[in-house]
Design a binder for this molecule. Structure first.
Ligand code: 5GP
Length: 113
């Protein structure tokens, strides 16, 4: 069995988070090290290691996560924002439980580093 990630511990309420939204499928909370004035993470309750590990049966869940991320971004007052899923170590993934970043509240450069 793989070891629990920090996000499993957050889902299990073993460690606290600054919660923004919760439902039966996902949890959203503020990133502990925000890269912009608004930086929120949306994670599925189901443990999916990364986007490359998602299966066809996860398609409704993935759609839900994206729609919820957009709803949260707007509830936080954002009109423009960036939705990011770092996938794999070389792409900057550090926590191996699928998560969507919603980042906004400042001008965002492109291309990202
Ligand atoms: P990744 O680099 O894997 O795409 O993103 C992981 C994110 O999780 C990082 O932005 C990091 O700041 C955030 N993070 C790591 N540990 C914690 C934590 O314990 N609490 C919260 N709220 N965010 C965390």
């Amino acid at each position: 069995m793989t070891e629990d990630t920090i996000f499993t511990k957050i889902l299990n309420k073993e460690i606290p988070c600054d919660e923004i939204y919760s439902d039966g499928l996902c949890l959203a909370f503020k990133d502990i090290q925000p890269q912009a004035p608004i930086h929120i993470l949306i994670i599925p309750r189901k443990k999916i290691i990364s986007l490359k590990n998602a299966q066809i049966e996860d398609k409704e869940l993935l759609g839900h996560l994206l729609l919820i991320s957009a709803k949260i971004a707007q509830q936080e007052g954002l009109q423009d924002w960036r939705t990011i899923i770092n996938t794999g170590e070389k792409a900057g993934q550090t926590v191996f439980h699928l998560h969507i970043h919603v980042i906004g509240g400042r001008e965002l450069a492109w291309p990202p580093g």
